[in-house]
Design a protein around this ligand. Sequence first.
Ligand code: ARG
Length: 589
Amino acid sequence: MNSTIELLKTRFEQALVTAFGEELAGCDPMVVLASNPKFGDYQSNVTMSLTKQLQQKPRDIAQKLVEHLEISDLCAPPSIAGPGFINLTLQPAYLEAQLNTIYIDARLGVAPVKKPQRAIVDFSSPNIAKEMHVGHLRSTIIGDCIARILEFRGHEVLRLNHVGDWGTQFGMLISYLREAYPQALTTADALDLGDLVTFYKQAKHRFDANEAFKETSRQEVVQLQAGAEDTRRAWQLLCDQSRREFQVIYDRLGVQLTERGESFYNPFLPAVVADLDRLGLLEEDAGAQCVFLEGFTNKAGSPLPLIVQKSDGGYNYATTDLAALRYRIGEDGANRIIYVTDAGQAAHFAQVFQVARRAGWLTEQVDVVHVPFGLVQGEDGKKLKTRSGETVRLRDLLDEAISRAGADLESRLAAEDCERTETEKFKAQVAKVVGMSAVKYADLSQNRTSNYIFSYDKMLSLQGNTAPYLLYAYVRIQGISRKGEIDFSQLGEDRKTKVLLSEPTELVLAKHLLQLSEVILAVEADLMPNRLCQYLFALSQKFNQFYDRCPVLKAAEPQGTSRLLLCDLTARTLKLGLSLLGISVLERM
Ligand code: ARG
């Protein structure tokens, strides 16, 4: 099914040509959602942009265009406003027919892509033996949502965890492992090193204080790079330990990732540098091998280098990303590659992309994009910290959200007018879903490019643009089905029950329900999950307004069934939309 906006665009394109001739073939008709419902549902401002070309006044162009516009099956007769805006209002009969169509469609009218791409989403990507911090949490939540949307549209998606599992810090970590856990390398069992972050700090402390230790660490790096078996085993132990800790978080969040860490690309690094050299892109600068960048200059105005091999012969983060990009295009056959990291890495990616382009590895056929996001701040507007000033551990953060969600539920149940008693199992499940959803939604509902303030109170509130508000709208609808003993899944079965729209709140809700596909396509293109959140929030609001004004179970037929269909469609849209955000719904809460 074509979305309404697609249909309107096609009709406008046809009208532009019939009214003004072939020279307007391919002209963008500029159809958008109306900025204000007062003006209708959609509008086109195309006339303003044509005055020069057509040598006519915009109102006259609008007049002529409208005469040729064949949209009576979709809209009421268009109106021309102001200097020449064309305003469109959808007809109830069209809305009813569309709703009846999406009602029997499991995808709710969101068509799968015609030409699926092979997409890679590089996200989460924490570093071994270091804290997986809130920045990684943002990357995990946003990356998972993007991957879900692309998957739902039918693209082939590779979800890659570009774990930081390589680098000189491993020399220090391995030396410390040998000192502090000499038995580690001789037992076959998995080792529990306790908290790896503490382990990292202790190793660093030892490294900074002791020259001999420093030297041993340097040796270990050489051994590791040379592939010495014993050293590699130590490295593996450290990676395994971190991996287990990361996995706990991924399991709790319900996020799937394929680990392909930095070390995976080690064998390809020398060739990256050699090929850059062969292509004449490499220059030596203070002993390091680099590519001088176009458009990146230092304060004095001279071009900045991207170092790909350090003076000691070692490779770095950028070399690995070049190798990864080349591999992903050449071996994985990706045609869209999405990197989800904090905005601080924007320059890094722009530089890597530039070098890959100049080397001819990255071509026009491949769309690479850095998806940046802002910082997570505490309520004081500073970097998120615990009360005692430590960095917040992710599992503590998730636990806290869940326990607060649990406490909220307890207080609702304890309210005097509440006659519910619930089992411990039920309460635990609600707390878990609400807590997790709140954390995810708070992140996704922000424009990702800005910083956001992490507030448990706000994200757990039943009011406002929050997960609990949306979950509650869903629960409310399931309550209708329970109360009326209506099996929603049987409603559309006879195909005779139909949506009929008359009340203003029904029309508003109906129009919104039909915009799902437009929103998903927009997120697929611009990778801004907050658009989907905004859509679902508005859907819940519009549903609540409808439900406040229109009786459902008490309405006479055929209104009653029609309204039940609207309820069910709203619930299914919420469920689908939330699932694309990585959030599951509850039947009761
Ligand atoms: N490990 C990096 C960090 O913690 C993120 C890696 C992102 N992906 C990439 N291909 N560079 O900041």
